[in-house]
Structures are given as C-alpha cells and as structure tokens.
Design a protein around this ligand. Structure first.
Ligand SMILES: NC(=O)c1ccc[n+]([C@@H]2O[C@H](COP(=O)([O-])OP(=O)(O)OC[C@H]3O[C@@H](n4cnc5c(N)ncnc54)[C@H](OP(=O)(O)O)[C@@H]3O)[C@@H](O)[C@H]2O)c1
Length: 332
C-alpha cells in the first residue's frame, strides 16, 4: 500500500516521501480500514518539526496522519463494535498514528460511526478537533449558563468547539479572522471579535473559562480576562506537571513538565485560577457522542481544500501558511 512517510524529524519542516509499504499488521482489538479521507492539521507539521517528541516520541520512519475516515475491511478476533463495511472515523491512537496511507489498522476503541449526512471529506474535519473540544471543555469544568472565550475560533478547532460548547448551554465569545465571522456566528457563537481590529483583553472580563489556541504570546492576556477560580485550557502553551500526570508519564517527564509549565501554573495561581495543557487523545465513545450531536443539529464542517496523497506536502504547506477557510483534507 502507498503511505506518506516522515524519515527524520526536521525543525525546518522536512518533505514527506510516498512509499510502498506492506499492509499494516492487525491486533485482535483492531479493525483494518481502507482509508478514504484524512484531515491535515497543524499537529502534523509540529510532528515533522519534532515539536511534540517529548510528549509522544515516535520512532522513525513514521507513517504520518492523525485522523481518518474509511471503510472497515477486516475485524480482529476481539472486535465487538464494528463489522466489515462500516463507515468509521477517528483520531488515531496517540501511540500508533499513521493514516496518510491507503490502509490503517486502528483499535476499535478509537473509532465511531460516521453520521450518514456527512461526506467523507466533511467527516475528515471532525475527529481530532471535536475530541480536543470535548476534552478541553471537560477540563474547564464549566456549567450551563457559563460564558467562555475561545481564541482563534475561526480555525478548524473553533468549527467543532463552538457547536459543542453551545450544546452544553455555554455562551461562547470568540475572536479570529474577519473572513470567518459569518461562519462562526452561524455555528452559534454569541459574539465575534475581529482580532485585527479589536483587542479582546480590552473588552472582556470575568470569563468563566478560556480555551487558548494561540499559546505563549496570548496566555498572559487570556489569564487577564478569566475570573478568579476559572480554568484556562491551552492547546498551544507549555505542557505542565498536571498534564504529565494525566498522561501517566514517567517520573522524569512529570518533573520536566512541572518545571516547564511552572510559569503558567504560577500565573494562574496568583488569582486562584487553574492552568491546563491538553494534547488530544483518541476516544471512540466521545466521538460517537459528537456524531449524535452533529447528526441531530446537521452541523456541516467546512472543508477548505482537498489534496491527493501524492500532494501531501502541498497540503502540509497550506496548513502551515494559515488563512484557513476550513479543513485541509487528503483524499486517498
Ligand atoms: N493540543 C492539541 O491537542 C491540539 C488539538 C487541536 C489543535 N491544536 C492547536 O490549536 C491551534 C488551532 O488549531 P486549528 O486547527 O483551529 O488551526 P487553524 O485552522 O489554522 O486556525 C487558526 C485560526 O486562528 C486565527 N488566528 C491567527 N492569529 C490569531 C490571533 N492573534 N488572534 C485570533 N485569531 C487568530 C487564524 O486566522 P488567520 O487566518 O488570520 O491566521 C485562524 O482562523 C493550532 O496551533 C493547533 O496546533 C492543538
């Protein structure tokens, strides 16, 4: 089968190579999926640049790709949730990514059924960012009626996080690129701030929760608009000790991340706030809940551009360049 492979980490962004590989070996809890589409994410570029290797140290060479849509072709002996022919999607298990490929073997617990109303291209926009939103909202410990701020909500994360947050009864304020205003308002955002025209830190205060997608340069301002005791969940900031503990990392990584994330833990503690870093993990059951919610509300993810597997490097460059109008997708 053909697959896009990273041969070596490269902080300047190395090109992936397309190679012929043997079919993936299947464990007893896994299904073999004929991949139809896969989402391309900023995370893929971060993996190429070696920026997440302390969190997940992948051995090289590595078949790239973190989320997939496809058809089940074979099921392992212990699989109970899926059968041959099912149309499934999921975030690949953290320890075993690799779906920029014609086939992937995936643990059934990472998968969910794709809602019928979504095309394969649209479905590829859902798993990774929708699960990030679920996992971030859980850490934020917000309740119905609370107000949250999501930075950079005009990207592919916001497209999932806004409707999911709304379904939990939250008021959602977001900022981002003006071109995405109508799209995020139609997803249910209650207020939009154009990041090039207005500084959210001047107009917002006492947020019950904040989801940060921008990292170091914005975090101090984001803490500034968070209420005392509120939770800030960052997708882009520094991992901290709490994160290492949740990920059940060995003691030396817990120590390392405790030191690395201390700056933000301290910043939070000054006002009795809480800082969390998140690295999205697989969760088939959570994704099934998203499928049900999206089918009920007929939420349509927006797809920006669709590339082929042989155009994978162009797709990665497009994601790196920003200016996204929705998800970048590979059609395998
Ligand atoms: N930790 C995790 O598990 C996890 C999971 C998912 C995503 N993430 C991270 O979350 C971030 C967002 O992901 P994404 O897929 O939504 O990215 P994306 O599709 O590239 O969207 C980013 C959005 O943010 C906007 N933006 C840029 N600078 C901004 C600023 N200063 N203020 C407000 N908005 C700004 C961008 O607008 P322009 O078009 O003007 O640039 C764009 O609309 C990425 O860094 C990604 O790595 C992390």
């Amino acid at each position: 089968m053909k697959a896009a492979i990273l041969e070596k980490y490269d902080k300047n962004g190395r090109q992936l190579v397309i190679k012929d590989l043997p079919m993936p070996e299947m464990g007893k809890n896994e299904v073999l999926i004929r991949v139809s589409t896969t989402g391309v994410n900023p995370l893929d570029n971060m993996i190429v640049r070696g920026e997440v290797k302390l969190i997940v140290p992948y051995p090289m060479p590595l078949v790239m790709g973190n989320e997939l849509v496809g058809i089940v072709e074979k099921v392992g002996a212990s699989v109970t949730r899926f059968k041959i022919g099912d149309r499934v999607y999921g975030r690949m298990p953290l320890a075993r990514i690799g779906c920029f490929a014609e086939y992937a073997a995936v643990d059934e617990n990472a998968l969910a059924q794709v809602p019928d109303y979504l095309s394969d291209e649209e479905a590829a926009a859902v798993p990774l960012t929708a699960l990030t939103a679920l996992q971030a909202l859980e850490l934020m410990q917000t309740h119905e009626g609370d107000t949250i701020f999501i930075s950079g909500g005009t990207g592919s994360f916001g497209a999932m996080a806004i409707p999911i947050a709304k379904s939990q009864g939250l008021t959602v304020i977001t900022n981002g690129n003006a071109a995405g205003r109508d799209r995020v308002m139609s997803l249910g955002a209650d207020r939009f701030i154009d990041y090039k025209q207005e500084d959210y830190a001047q107009v917002l205060k006492e947020m019950d929760g904040v989801i940060d997608t921008l990292g170091d340069r914005e975090l101090p301002k984001e803490f500034g608009i968070l209420k005392q005791g509120g939770h800030l969940v960052s997708l882009r900031g520094m991992p901290n000790g709490g994160f290492a503990q949740r990920m059940q990392m060995p003691w030396f990584k817990r120590m390392l991340f405790s030191i690395a994330g201390k700056k933000y833990d301290n910043m939070a503690a000054k006002n009795g706030q809480h800082y969390h870093f998140i690295f999205v993990h697989e969760d088939g059951a959570g994704l099934q809940r998203v499928s049900e919610l999206f089918a009920e509300q007929q939420i349509k993810p927006s797809v920006d551009k669709v590339f082929t597997l042989s155009e994978v490097n162009e797709a990665l460059q497009k994601v790196a360049a920003g200016g996204s109008n929705g998800k970048t997708v590979l059609k395998i």
